[in-house]
Design a protein around this ligand. Structure first.
Ligand code: ADP
Ligand code: MG
Length: 238
């Protein structure tokens, strides 16, 4: 089985227009996918369905296990970094001792152990996002669902985190769906890019990102994706 199989997924919020209309796609093991598209096209909604938060849909979603990081995922200011990471486990009432060891080993592995007793306000924005990602990993899912995790960061921090994330994913052998507004970020992070083209979302325009993509191809790809997001369909007519 694939990592994720979505078939004929249809969804609307009560008394609103359809957001997803018969959407189908698959994701293979170890694949890294980005979803880009204009604000309000249904990216967060789709990922919430995959995460099991929105349950009132039609169609089928088959997946193994996910780790989900919501669009505005914040750390609690009155808890230390380690306590923040352990929060979801506390809510689920997992085995505290084992989970604590797991949290510490993750922090160690990704060079964050020195922050375990710090409070969020002592950390930079980039560090806080790393901690949020580590917290997300604690649930142990194989498919990471990340909803615009870097959108609030400055360009340089963002680049650091993109590299850090890729290293983390290859170390832990995860698959990923990454939502972003930033086309360059999508190109850098993914094997395939899904672009929302129209509302309701019935089919993604899909782009393969070649390995070691040349600058020229990258510029072309960016233009093509942008034209779809803007809805002028320039490349379709030609
Ligand atoms: N809980 C909700 N109830 C009603 N409408 C919603 C709800 N959440 C989102 N929407 C609407 O659904 C559409 C898609 O939202 P969303 O999935 O958050 O888009 P995106 O993440 O692509 O910006 C938007 O028009 C949004 O206003
Ligand atoms: Mg969103």
């Amino acid at each position: 089985m694939n990592m994720l199989e979505v078939k004929n997924l249809t969804f609307k919020y009560d008394n609103h227009n359809f957001i997803l209309d018969n959407l189908s796609f698959n994701i293979k093991h170890n694949e890294l996918i980005s979803i880009v598209g204009g604000s309000g096209c249904g990216k967060s909604t789709l990922i919430k369905i995959l995460a099991g938060i929105e349950k009132n849909f039609n169609g089928t979603v088959q997946l193994k296990s996910i780790s989900y990081m919501p669009q505005s995922n914040t750390l609690l200011p009155w808890r230390t970094i380690l306590e923040n990471i352990l929060l979801p486990i506390e809510i689920k009432k997992g085995n505290k001792k084992i989970e604590k060891e797991k949290a510490i080993s993750l922090l160690k592995r990704f060079d964050l152990l020195e922050y375990s007793d710090s409070y969020p306000k002592e950390l930079s924005g980039g560090m806080k996002q790393r901690i949020s990602l580590i917290r997300t990993l604690m649930s142990g899912g194989d498919l990471l669902l990340l909803d615009e995790p870097f959108s609030a960061l400055d360009a340089i921090t963002r680049e650091d985190l993109q590299n850090w994330l890729l290293n983390l994913i290859s170390t832990l052998k995860k698959s990923m769906i990454f939502i972003t507004h930033d086309i360059d970020e999508a190109i850098f992070l993914s094997h395939r890019i899904f672009v929302c083209s129209k509302k309701p979302l019935s089919k993604f325009k899909e782009f393969l990102v070649p390995e070691n993509i040349t600058l020229e191809k990258k510029i072309h790809l960016r233009k093509e994706i942008l034209s779809i997001i803007k809805g002028d369909n320039f490349y379709e007519k030609n």
